[in-house]
Design a protein. Structure first.
Length: 376
């Protein structure tokens, strides 16, 4: 119909100005509709028009660098924080009573979290590029949009993994072996959403490896009575916040046959969130008791309970924007627990002596003595 109107107008002399005005108004109207639709979808998926510091930082860099930084989610650091925080818990638990955590170790694990989170994002996007093209929230990712090829992503991944290896090799031998054991989980996690409704469980197993590694890096061994409950707490916490996160994409996931706990739990999600919150709290309590934490730790744990309850009660699982907001708030939960561990260690009974190191040394000495006697 519009095409016919244009032909008629062109056929009538003296109407060229009218045609130009009509086309200008039509173009302006369509532009407004496009902008309004884009704003509506950005609001729906939690994409604010206000840019974060990291986003501004990325956009000020050369255009050739921006796709690579977006590929490792440098402009969205929340994932790095959530990967790093269980490491800080573990490092704090391993600290000597009456002392602060090892700042050098905290910095080293911070660097490792940035590198390994970036590596995980590259692996995830390489596996999921076909899925990402079909989901509005992810279709602009560098590989899905064609800004980066598979070959370029693979080279960048190799660089990231080399840097991660350099960080790992700076730790003690026990930690190197323990850290290397996490690689199969890092590589295979992105595939789990194709086969099981529990990909968030595999994410938790992968994402919280630092709860084991941090303690080992400080002590040179793992006190399993402390780190196993800490690891379980981290896994349960990941199930909590990533189930909320998965509700953003549940409609798209149904269409492309991708599985998640959000689809599995459906209307019962908040009951499951309560269960995960309870497991997280109970596991942290058990870990603290095993590590002989003091009152600041348990005070922080109490505050953490209220934070989890607030999320369960207030999150609107039908609103992607609200799901993203609650997901991001878990950074403060993790930081609160870390502060509790630091305070609990500082106020811990300095007279308490960890005999596990002495026992290990004694066993080694006995072993050496036995070997010597057999040789003689």
């Amino acid at each position: 119909r519009c095409h016919a109107d244009v032909n008629i107008t062109l056929a009538v002399p003296g109407h060229a100005n009218y045609l130009n005005q009509w086309q200008s108004r039509a173009f302006h109207s369509s532009s407004l509709k496009i902008r309004a639709n884009r704003f509506r979808r950005n609001k729906l998926y939690g994409k604010s028009n206000r840019r974060s510091f990291t986003t501004e930082m990325v956009q000020r860099l050369p255009n050739s660098m921006q796709p690579y930084l977006r590929l490792i989610r440098f402009d969205r650091p929340i994932g790095t924080y959530l990967l790093y925080l269980p490491c800080t818990w573990s490092i704090g638990m391993a600290s000597t009573p009456g002392h602060l955590p090892d700042l050098k170790m905290l910095a080293l694990f911070g660097l490792g979290a940035v590198i390994m989170r970036g590596s995980g994002c590259i692996i995830n996007d390489m596996w999921d590029s076909d899925f990402d093209k079909k989901v509005f929230r992810t279709r602009d990712r560098p590989i899905a949009s064609g800004l980066i090829t598979y070959k370029q992503a693979l080279i960048f991944l190799a660089t990231q993994m080399t840097l991660g290896l350099a960080v790992l090799l700076s730790l003690n031998q026990y930690s190197i072996i323990l850290g290397a054991c996490s690689i199969p989980f890092v590589v295979s996690y992105p595939l789990m959403k194709r086969f099981t409704y529990w990909p968030q469980l595999f994410l938790g197993i992968t994402f919280n490896w630092g709860a084991l590694l941090g303690y080992a890096a400080v002590r040179g061994y793992c006190d399993w009575n402390v780190v196993i409950p800490l690891y379980v707490a981290g896994i349960s916490w990941t199930l909590f916040y990533d189930t909320i996160y998965a509700h953003q994409d549940k409609d798209d996931d149904r269409l492309i046959s991708v599985k998640s706990t959000a689809l599995l739990f459906g209307d019962n999600t908040k009951y499951w969130l309560s269960l995960f919150g309870g497991i997280t709290t109970a596991s942290l309590l058990l870990s603290g008791l095993s590590a002989h934490q003091s009152w600041p730790y348990y005070a922080a744990l109490g505050g953490g309970i209220f934070h989890l309850m607030y999320q369960i009660y207030n999150v609107n699982l039908s609103d992607p924007s609200d799901c993203l907001k609650m997901f991001k708030s878990n950074m403060w939960y993790g930081f609160l627990i870390f502060c509790g561990i630091v305070g609990g260690t500082l106020f811990a009974d300095t007279g308490y002596k960890d005999n596990s190191v002495e026992i290990t040394k004694a066993n080694l000495k006995d072993g050496k003595t036995n070997c010597d006697s057999k040789t003689n």
